[in-house]
Design a binder for this molecule. Structure first.
Ligand code: ZN
Length: 355
């Protein structure tokens, strides 16, 4: 929710005019940020660790490095990692012990063992430990990343595209629903049509949007449509069509038409054109939706309210906005919950639902 749409709650906030000097980095059109997978790297050779860390970070992953079996066993139970990359020969024991514990606690999490020894017996033992891959040194960037990225691809084929006019719109509307998709292993893309420039510097807002997307393991696409002047014409339709093509979306979430903010209405109309071939299309609530908002589908977010609040808190620059008040967000979910017998729910208007 952003901008100064007529009648919107943001009307009383001044519009910031950004000068060129406030854009030290060109944002691009649209910018695509990688999914932010987190890798636990277990490697005692610091030269090798530095090289591999650089490769992983360049491909958008974040890396936590530990250099012993003992330290790895302490870390590997944590749900914070999306993949484990472990050297076989550690100073205090075998990397296979790390792999075994990782696989026993997180069977679906990819685990790769790297070794300097071309020993077939070790490879067989690694595979018996349910290790996903056994890579011999010297590693190459191409070999490592192509295998790791293959393993990190979601098993599920469902692809979710959440569209918002401004940074924070989808977190407010469907933060709980997106967290549920993440936990189901679905692929998530967030398309933010504008940089939200009138609500703070675009760069800061892009960083915040990225932080929220990382929590959801989502790919973030940021368009550069003009904040508060989004049209429902070709430019917006083309931006959304591209996101649908890139993500191969099977479900699209967008704004409701019943909304006081003109950007939200324009994005709604453009989505309906662009998503004409998508089997599932739903509209979510914004702080500026009107009393005509008429949801018929309610998703239980009882166990996801805190996760939703964490997503909203990523948008630090907007923290003082009245519509982001903690009690308002919670009580809104509580209110909608009663329509479906849940404690907390997020409401959706259904444009199309084919399951
Ligand atoms: Zn908005």
């Amino acid at each position: 929710m952003q901008g100064s749409g007529s009648g919107s709650p943001a009307d009383d906030h001044p519009t910031l005019i950004l000068s060129e000097s406030q854009f030290p980095v060109k944002l691009g059109l649209p910018s695509v940020y990688p999914s932010g997978h987190r890798v636990l790297l277990v490697e005692d050779d610091m030269d090798q660790a530095a090289i591999v860390t650089r490769w992983l970070e360049r491909s958008g992953k974040s890396v936590t490095l530990v250099s012993s079996r003992h330290a790895a066993l302490e870390q590997v139970g944590s749900p914070d990692y999306d993949a484990v990359l472990c050297d076989l020969e550690l100073p205090d024991g075998s990397g296979l012990d790390v792999a075994k514990r990782s696989k026993s606690q997180w069977p679906r999490r990819p685990c790769i063992i790297v070794t300097a020894k071309g020993d077939l017996g070790l490879a067989v033992e690694a595979l018996r430990s349910k290790v996903d891959e056994f890579l011999p040194k010297p590693l190459t960037q191409r070999k490592l990343l192509s295998r790791l990225d293959d393993l990190l691809k979601p098993v599920e084929t469902e692809s979710i595209l959440a569209i918002g006019a401004h940074p924070d719109d989808v977190e407010i509307g469907i933060g709980g629903i997106l967290e549920r998709h993440r936990r189901a292993g679905h692929q998530i893309t967030i398309l933010t049509c504008t940089g939200g420039g009138s609500g703070g510097t675009a760069l800061r807002r892009a960083d915040e949007a990225q932080a929220a997307a990382r929590r959801l393991r989502a790919v973030l696409q940021m368009g550069e449509l003009p904040d508060t002047a989004v049209s429902d014409g070709h430019e917006t339709i083309a931006l959304i069509e591209k996101a649908i093509r890139d993500s191969k979306a099977t479900t699209v979430y967008t704004h409701s038409l019943h909304d006081m903010h003109q950007d939200h209405r324009a994005v709604h109309r453009a989505t309906l054109v662009a998503a004409r071939g998508v089997p599932n299309v739903f509209c979510y609530q914004a702080p500026s939706t009107t009393t005509d908002f008429n949801p018929s589908h309610f998703v239980d977010i009882g166990d996801l309210v805190e996760a939703k609040m964490d997503l909203i808190r990523c948008h630090e620059s907007q923290a003082e906005r009245p519509y982001l008040a903690d009690d308002l967000v919670r009580s809104t979910a509580r209110y909608w919950g009663r329509f479906a017998g849940y404690v907390h729910a997020e409401p959706l208007e259904v444009i199309r639902s084919k399951g």
